[in-house]
Design a binder for this molecule. Sequence first.
Ligand code: EPU
Length: 417
Amino acid sequence: MDKIRVRGGKQLQGILHVSGAKNAVLPAMAASLLTSEPIVLENSPQVRDVSTMIRVLQRMGALEPQREGSRLTLRVPKIASAEAPYELVKTMRASVLVLGPLLARCGEARVSLPGGCAIGARPVNLHIMALQKLGARIEVEHGYMVAEGRELKGADISFDSKTVTGTENLMMAATRAQGRTVLRNVAQEPEIEDLAELLNRMGAKVSGAGTEIIVIDGVDELHGAVHPVIPDRIEAGTFLMAAAITRSAVKVENCRPNHLDAVLEKLRDVGVRMEVGPSAIQVVPDGPLRPGNLVTLPYPGFPTDLQAQYMALATQAGGSSLITESIFENRFMHVGELRRMGAHIDIDAHFAVVHGPTPLTGAQVMATDLRASASLIVAGLLAEGETIIDRAYHIDRGYERIEEKLQKVGADIQRIH
Ligand code: EPU
C-alpha cells in the first residue's frame, strides 16, 4: 500500500494548478447514462473515484472511455445492466448517483445501499423519498434499492434537509419525467449548477440551479454534449491552507474564487493575506495567525470538506478556535492523528477546540478518509521532521497527483511504495 512521506519546514513558492472538481465530474459521468450519444467532459481530473465511476458505468454498458489529457469521452449506447453492485458502491458512495439516470433512461435500477462510512451514517432516505414522489416504486431488498418506474411524472417535492447527491439524482431523474418537477430546499453547491449546465447542454430544461428551488421540465430525449467541468474548490482550498500554514507565497491557479467566498472570508479573518483575481488567488505571507471559530454548513457556508484542513491550520493560531462540524456526525477522525503530531485539540460530539499555537512534529499517521488525509499533508508540510501518511489511496480518491503538484512548489513530499 502506498504511503506519502512529507519532510516539513520547507517554504513553498510558485504556482499550484487546480484540477477539475471530483464532486462535479462524478454526477456528470452518471449523466452519460441518460443518452446513447457521447458525453465529452473537459477538465476532468484523473483521480481514483473517476476510475471507480468508469467501472460502475462499464458494468451498465458504457463503452471503453476515451481520455486525451483531461478530456474524457463516455458513451453508453444502451443499458446492458441496470445494476450497481455492492462491491463497487461500497468503495465509492457516489455510485448511488446512477439511480436517477437509470430510472430516467430505462425505467429500472438495482443499486446497492451504500452503508455507513468513515465520516458518518450517510443514509439515502431522501433520495428514495423524492424518487418515489416522481412515481418510482422503490423497495429495499437484500441490501439493494430495487427501483422501477417506467413513467415518471413531474411532481412538487420538498427535501426535509439539503443533500448534494440527492438533489443531483432527482435532477437527472426528472429530466425525462412527464411534465414539470419542482424541487424545493435543494442543495446550492456549485457542483449542482455545473450538473444543470451539462443537462441543459444535453437538451434538458433545468432552471434555478444554485438557488433553493430547481424547476425541471421533462423532455422526451437527451443528446450528447461537450462540457467543461468546474475547477475543484476543495482542492483549491486545501492548497490555500498549505500555503497559509507554511507562510508561503503561492499562487493557486485555475480556480473560481467566487466558489470560495466563505473560505476566503475565514482565512482573512484569521490573518491570511490574499490577492484575488478572476481565476487565481495569490497567498501573501504576512503576520501571525489569529484563532477563528468555524461552523461547517451547506453551500454557501464553509464546506465540511475543508474542515479537517482548516483544523491543521488552526493549530498554528495564537489562541483557541472552536470548530463545529454540523454536516457529518463523525468527521473528526483526523484529530487523533493531528494530536500525534503535537496538536492540542479537545473534542466533544460535534465540537472541537484547537488550542494554538503548538509546534508540530512529524509522525507516522493514518489517513482515514479523503479530507482527513489532506489535513495530514497540510500539517506535515509544516511539521519538523518526517511525517509518513499511511493509506495514501484515500488521498488519491480526490486529489490528482498531489505530491507532484506540491513538489513543483518546493515541498519535500514523496510517494513511497
Ligand atoms: N442525508 C440524509 N439522508 C439522505 C441524504 C443525506 O440524512 O438521503 C444527510 C447526510 O447523512 C449528511 C447530510 O445529509 O448528514 C448532507 O449529506 P449530502 O447528501 O449532502 O452528502 P453527499 O451528497 O453524500 C456530497 C459530497 C461530499 C460532501 C457532502 C457535503 C459528492 C460526491 N460528495 O456528499 O464529498 O462532503 O456532499 O457537502 O458530491 C468528499 O469529497 O470528501 C465528500 C465526502
